[in-house]
Design a protein around this ligand. Sequence first.
Ligand SMILES: [Zn+2]
Length: 268
Amino acid sequence: MKKRSTALVAVALVTLFSVQCGSSGGGGGVKDFNLISIDEEWQLGQQLSQEVASQVRFNTDPAVNAYIQQIGNRLRERTPAPFNTLPWTFQVVQDDNINAFAIPGGHVYVNTGLIKAAENASELAGVMGHEMSHVTARHTTEQISREYGLSILAGLVLGQNPGQLQQIVAQIVAGGAIARFSREAEAEADELGIRLMHDAGYDPRGMAAMFRVLLAHQQSEPSRVEQFFATHPTTESRIRDAEARAQQLGPGGVTDEPAFQDARRRVQ
Ligand SMILES: [Zn+2]
């Protein structure tokens, strides 16, 4: 049994490498080493999202969910091909911690705590754009292969190790090692994310504004931003970078919209 699964992983690796060599990638990021194809990543995401569903509690307010899906789809349309036509999901997690996360395969999760803490739609769009850029730049699959090795990643795609899958999701949900990207990956997600929110019609100043909101909460309610700060070291220089980028992109775009304030009221 053990021998057989080792052989399967070896076969999987050969398949993955050959698929990789024949594909052009298209992650939307820089210098990616794409270990699995985007199709395979979307398959893996399917499994991961089922596991997330068993580990979190979802908010079931249809109006709140409809708004998060609307803003998510507006952003999704402006992601680079092929991501703009792939099926993404946008879900609201009933959790007072100010956090959001995304997993491979375009599954994006926004905590009710984040919706409450954001002051306007552009701040929410800034965080969502950032998280979605981790997906298009394929940072999580990079991170899984870095932490566990390529053979584990290959085995996960094939559904061979549900225990490992469970553990990885638990880490992502709790802001553990797998959810902690390199500083370069964070900077890349900031840069791609701000362009994405701007292209989708949101005021790009919202990203830096949201970082400021998070910093203010670190003073007043540190426990609510613990997860976010564990995975997103937010420094003055990071905020200044976001402000400078917003200035380059120029003014304009939606800062707020009534549907956001409605959703925010509903999660209080
Ligand atoms: Zn990030």
